[in-house]
Design a protein around this ligand. Structure first.
Ligand SMILES: O=C(O)c1cc(=O)[nH]c(=O)n1[C@@H]1O[C@H](COP(=O)(O)O)[C@@H](O)[C@H]1O
Length: 234
């Protein structure tokens, strides 16, 4: 596969369990995401080992801090050789521009820089609780516009906003969508969800899939089935 669409969220407390899954995966058929749990437990060495094994790695630490701190953190991620890194768009345009600037020295080796808009676990009511009175779709669009204007490569959003964002921001602005649930699988803590096929049809570029693959009896088979279904769409 030329450009694997599925980013598998490696959210494991046990390194051996994660590595047993990785050993059954092919870098040509998926990419890997390392998030806060595994990075906190196993650190940069774990990320480097996945990069050395030939995987494109999305380092999902969702940086959200003052511009100087985020710029340095993003540069540290680039040093690890990751394929994608993310910040929170609500850190603001100056923070995002500083992150972008920090990647300039890496040229075409720089990771894709993506901003999280509204977490896929959040509903409109929860946004209201934190003082955001817009609907999720309106807030996602507003933050995505700020992200594009700051020169970043794309956003993390839910697939429910993908068609709106593709229409408003054009085909090149990357949409990375978690909250993916093959039909019949448990939503868990996610709220704004879609199936893989619906997400691709709506315009998602990359689908983040965790538990539906990692907690399956046969994770490689679930991945193969999703890839097969997506190939049938194109
Ligand atoms: O940035 C992310 O990857 C992310 C953003 C978001 O809005 N929602 C979201 O679920 N994620 C991550 O995507 C993964 C989803 O995992 P599952 O819910 O198990 O498929 C988790 O690792 C989350 O940390």
């Amino acid at each position: 596969m030329h450009d694997p669409k599925i980013l598998i969220a490696l959210d494991f407390a046990d390194r051996q369990e994660a590595l047993a899954l990785v050993a059954r995966l092919d870098p040509a058929s998926c990419r890997l995401k390392v998030g806060k749990e595994m990075f906190t437990l196993f650190g940069p060495e774990f990320v480097r080992s996945l990069v050395s094994a030939g995987f494109d790695v999305f380092l999902d630490l969702k940086f959200h801090d003052i511009p100087n701190t985020v710029a340095k953190a993003v540069a540290a991620a680039a040093e690890l050789g990751v394929w994608m890194v993310n910040v929170h768009a609500s850190g603001g345009p100056r923070m995002m521009a500083a992150a972008k600037e920090a990647l300039q020295p890496y040229g075409d080796k720089a990771p894709l820089l993506i901003a999280v808009t509204v977490l896929t676990s959040m509903t409109g009511d929860e946004l209201h609780q934190v003082g955001v009175l817009r609907s999720p779709a309106e807030q996602v669009l507003a933050l995505a516009r700020l992200t594009r204007d700051a020169g970043l490569d794309g956003v993390v959003c839910s697939a429910q906003e993908a068609s709106l964002l593709k229409a408003e921001l054009g085909p090149d602005f990357k949409l990375v969508t978690p909250g993916i649930r093959p039909s019949g699988s448990d939503a868990g803590d996610q709220r704004r969800i879609m199936t893989p096929e619906q997400a691709i049809a709506a315009g998602s570029d990359y689908l983040v899939v965790g538990r539906p693959i990692t907690q399956a009896a046969d994770p490689a088979a679930v991945l193969a089935q999703i890839n097969f279904n997506l190939a049938a769409l194109s």
